[in-house]
Write a protein that binds this ligand. Sequence first.
Ligand code: PXP
Length: 249
Amino acid sequence: MSELARLRLGVNIDHVATVRNARGGIYPDPLRAARLAEEAGADGITAHLREDRRHISDADIEGLAASLTVPLNFEMAATDEMQAIALRHRPHAVCLVPEKREERTTEGGLEVAREENRLAHFIAPLREAGCRVSIFIAADRRQIEAAHRIGAEVIELHTGAYCDAHAEGRFEERDAELERLREMSTFAASLGLEVHAGHGLTYDTVQPIAAFPEVRELNIGHFLVGEAIFLGLGPAIAEMRRLMDAARA
Ligand code: PXP
């Protein structure tokens, strides 16, 4: 068997900003976390500028865009405001995510199939500006086909349902979710899409996903920022990297 391509780890630093914003002020600094993550072997930094600015701020994005040495994956809703910000900074990648003000986190994937025309027009200038466009979607054939038709280069599969089922001990459902993610990562790759995955991943859930040969990148945030309380951010990331590499070997 040929060797699997190395799996990239994108470290999402949103929740460093969540802790900062709990008090206002400047500590802890998401930029410092990004630099530490780079040193610890992150292949990219992911940050979601939400419409309500509940964690990452405009100034954070400005700082990241200006100072990162690894690629920035800018997560955003498909709104005119966010498009203008992305076009100003031209990050390596733009990941389109659904956003509802009342949700605690990004609960589902983007409904691409229902909004195909609008999204095709929306991503065109981003692609022209040189950003890789990724769409965060459920492991659903219709959504994958629609993401392909609108011209996205990358899809990111939402692993939240798989992780929740694991955490809540619903193991049959977890295994069914895993199977769906496996089948849909193969299907997406067969269309020529690059496949990423993320949301809710932990040390306990990362390895089955990391073992999918078609998956090229994982984006992980909340668990790593939590684990950093106990281990420090560098060691928390290094352990995730070790588990990913072991699953890939
Ligand atoms: N990928 C996408 C598209 C996301 O929206 C998020 C959460 O912001 C993540 C990955 C990371 O999820 P988590 O913070 O649960 O690891």
